[in-house]
Design a protein around this ligand. Structure first.
Ligand code: ADP
Ligand code: MG
Length: 227
């Protein structure tokens, strides 16, 4: 384990995930059991090879999947298979909605929030400015580059004002040069909104340049904690 952290925002204790997979179905351990604590305000990276359990870990913290053992809490409350308030997720795939323009894509997550029209529009404007898409509010995703579409997805998550953002290889579909640019941009952006981040990647250089702290994973286990 990583030792007790006084101001931990996320705590995993003995957390594991076993899938029933194959034909005939047999148990496959994708993760753990492991302990992990994430500090508030920290930009945390998890790095490891494909298939080592990174997405499984992220989905458990996001409340998108349920652990087969152990306990996870966020700000002192148990996460049990339901996406908690205050946690936002960005995936590798472009998740923008093609039938909505950029502003409506970003506003989409706010549709159930009890906000007035003006507050909603203000939030969308602010976030679009932060990700550099102010001039593209009425543009449709199909007319944007891959990097811009990924900015839309980041904006959609940030507009919800999460206190923790989980990012699963968000830059992996971009070409190398753009990936490096957006790495710097994303780090600045997360610092600017001063939220915590858990960033999952198979790219070691990316993990170390983007984060304050890195854990190295392999075969469902945490091998090493480093700063
Ligand atoms: P990573 O994100 O590091 O590439 P994953 O967390 O996606 O790794 O996968 C970890 C392991 O769990 C892999 O062996 C994968 O095949 C397996 N796995 C992931 N999701 C499922 C699932 N829904 N059903 C069965 N096996 C799964
Ligand atoms: Mg993955």
């Amino acid at each position: 384990g990583g030792g007790a952290v006084a101001d931990a925002q996320v705590r995993l204790h003995g957390v594991g995930k076993v899938f029933m997979a194959g034909e005939p179905p047999a148990p496959l351990r994708a993760l753990g059991p492991l302990d992990l604590e994430l500090r508030r305000g920290e930009f945390f990276a998890v790095v490891g090879p494909s298939g080592c359990g990174k997405s499984t870990l992220l989905e458990l913290i996001a409340g998108l999947s349920v652990a087969t053992e152990g306990a996870i809490d966020f700000e002192g409350r148990a996460i049990a298979g339901e996406p908690p308030d205050g946690i936002g997720v960005v995936f590798q795939d472009d998740a923008s909605l093609p039938w909505l323009d950029v502003a409506s894509n970003v506003a989409f997550g706010l549709r159930r929030a009890s906000l007035g029209k003006e507050e909603r529009e203000l939030r969308v404007r602010n976030v679009l400015r932060m990700v550099g898409l102010s001039d593209f509010a009425s543009t449709y995703p199909a007319q944007l580059s891959g990097g811009m579409r990924q900015r839309v997805c980041i904006a959609r998550t940030l507009v919800m004002q999460p206190r923790l953002i989980l990012l699963d290889e968000p830059l992996s579909n971009l070409d190398a040069k753009l990936r490096e640019e957006m790495r710097v941009e994303l780090k600045k952006l997360i610092k600017q909104v001063s939220i915590s981040a858990l960033y999952v990647t198979h790219d070691q250089e990316e993990a170390f340049t983007i984060s304050d702290a890195v854990v190295v994973m392999d075969a469902g286990k945490i091998l090493q904690y480093g700063a």
